[in-house]
Design a protein around this ligand. Sequence first.
Ligand code: NDP
Length: 275
Amino acid sequence: MSIPSPILPLSDGHSIPQLGLGVYKIPDADAATAVRLALETGYRHIDTAALYENERGVGQGIAASGIDRSEIFVTTKVWNDRHGIDETRRAFDESLDRLGLDYVDLYLIHWPAPKQGRYLEAWRALEKIRADGLARSIGVSNFHTHHLDRVLAEGEIAPVINQVELHPRLPQTAVRAYDAAHGILTEAWSPLARGRLLDSQLLAGIAEKYGKSVAQVVIRWHIELGNVVIPKSVHAERIRENFEVFDFALDANDLAAIATLENGERTGRDPDDLD
Ligand code: NDP
């Protein structure tokens, strides 16, 4: 068994394992195996979404692991076409049913979809889902600070997490500062920039110094920034490799060198442009 992930406190009194497994693009038929492998490795946090069409497989993997449900942190998300007080609740009930669970640990609004302009209604639905005990915590994903301003001003409770695209090319300094100032944890999606960072010579040099892989160096960078981080892999050896990041640390020189990789490049869409 590997060294376990640190656990970070959430502003609502719950807590989240800092390192989890992302499952975007893992087919439903393979998700159970990936999730079970991750749980055997020591992961206690799985990040899925209705969009990924693998909630059923994720739920099966959790059940097959034999690990107590209370030890596993499960996140899922409401897709953009289900914003609305009643509609979001129906979408949540369907997700919970596919997962085969009684509750999720974290439910997120997947994107603000600002042209539809219904993310505040979706947020009200999430507040009710939380009040009903069906999601322990609620948060958002892909929210720019101007979207968060509205949720904080008009919502009854604040999101505990903002899950955004974040990696050395796109360190999201302003979003992280805003989140931190409002007690919101920042969670990094596409933490490896979907693999595009893995041929960096600069990162290869740092990796060699520690006897680690480039992926491990990048995941360690997220850990040291304080991000929640959810690298995805469908391969057993990489699922294990990505968890072996708690036996070394980057120094100030490494962090300064990695900072030079920033170029603002997104692998996904700008949240203001996706509806
Ligand atoms: P990642 O940055 O995690 O990169 C995944 C890619 O890197 C895959 O191609 C994977 O290949 C490869 N990879 C993983 N580990 C290694 C390794 N050790 N060595 C070499 N290659 C590796 O991208 P994702 O976009 O999947 O982001 C992670 C998670 O974030 C998603 O799975 C999802 O849960 C979440 N997400 C959320 C979004 C949102 O809008 N909220 C949007 C996108 C993602 P392989 O699987 O073949 O090993």
